[in-house]
Design a protein around this ligand. Structure first.
Ligand SMILES: Nc1ncnc2c1ncn2[C@@H]1O[C@H](COP(=O)(O)OP(=O)(O)OP(=O)(O)O)[C@@H](O)[C@H]1O
Length: 275
């Protein structure tokens, strides 16, 4: 952002602003209620997280390193269970999926996760996608073939690999591997896709392919993405949450976060004044 477009401080500014989603107008796919995460028993890494995520939209989580973005994202499908205490509620289809009686394995079929580093299995492209499907009891070849084609098309990888599905996934480029991992996640037909900096390890062209893929995927999925790249957040997301020191400081429509944020700290961050 150039000097002339710097956002400026104006009179009475709140310390926090959380967009109140009108549930009569917007379908909420997932909501957190008073979420707090403690590592090692007492290290508070996230607090007071109350967010609603709209269905079929992309929400970006932005903020400096260590501000709690990944902690929040990982808590949404219980990836932190083994390392942290997660208090509060995560509401999905009327259920609190943070409750102890939830079948986490089953829940993750609905809420999938893609990590920063592409992590395909050391298997063929075909097997990367069929592995989890078979574990979930899908064995019919025609069904598997159809799911492979659909998911690879959704992840914008089909045209590049359709003639060689038996090739090792490890022989693909980093960007192709990440799209394969996205295909693997969408083959399970989740409702919600969580992505932790999915493009940060990739070159700009691969990164832009991932962005295009996510924009297409939002026709069918609700997407929540952690990104350090503010241009990327501005380009692809409908909503943006700005994290600072374990709190969501501002949550709003992306265009408002980047043009008319309400909190001084957000203004500083989007202007590049991180101090
Ligand atoms: N497994 C863990 N055990 C202990 N502390 C952790 C663990 N994971 C994260 N933390 C701490 O929690 C805080 C928030 O970290 P988190 O990774 O959520 O931040 P982040 O905003 O995602 O950062 P980055 O952008 O660097 O990924 C930090 O102080 C971090 O050191």
């Amino acid at each position: 952002m150039t000097e002339t477009t710097q956002l400026v401080f104006n009179d009475e500014m709140p310390e926090r602003y959380i967009y109140e989603m009108d549930e009569t107008k917007h379908e909420v796919a997932l909501a957190t209620n008073d979420l707090a995460v403690y590592y090692g028993g007492d290290k508070l890494a996230l607090q007071d997280a109350d967010l609603k995520f709209e269905r079929f939209k992309i929400t970006s989580l932005i903020g400096a390193s260590g501000s709690g973005k990944s902690t929040f994202l990982r808590s949404l499908n219980r990836m932190n269970d083994a390392v942290a205490r997660v208090d509060g509620k995560i509401i999905y289809r009327g259920l609190d999926i943070n409750s102890s009686d939830i079948d986490v394995y089953e829940m993750r079929k609905h809420i999938g996760m893609v990590f920063q580093r592409p992590n395909p299995f050391a298997k063929s492209i075909y097997e990367n996608i069929t592995f989890a499907l078979k574990q979930h009891g899908i064995r019919d070849k025609a069904t598997l073939d159809e799911l492979i084609e659909t998911s690879l098309k959704q992840a914008a990888l089909w045209d590049e690999v359709k003639d060689d599905l038996n090739k090792s996934a490890l022989a693909l480029s980093g960007g192709q591997q990440q799209r394969l991992v996205i295909a693997r996640a969408v083959a399970m037909k989740p409702d919600i896709l969580l992505l932790d900096e999915p493009a940060s390890a990739l070159d700009p062209i691969s990164s832009s392919k991932i962005e295009d893929t996510l924009l297409k995927l939002k026709d069918d999925y609700t997407i929540i993405i952690v990104t350090h790249n503010m241009q990327q957040a501005a380009r692809i997301s409908d909503y943006t949450a700005f994290f600072h020191m374990g709190k969501v400081v501002e949550y709003d429509l992306t265009r408002k976060i980047f043009t008319r944020p309400k909190v001084q700290r957000t203004i500083d961050y989007v202007n590049g004044n991180f101090g």
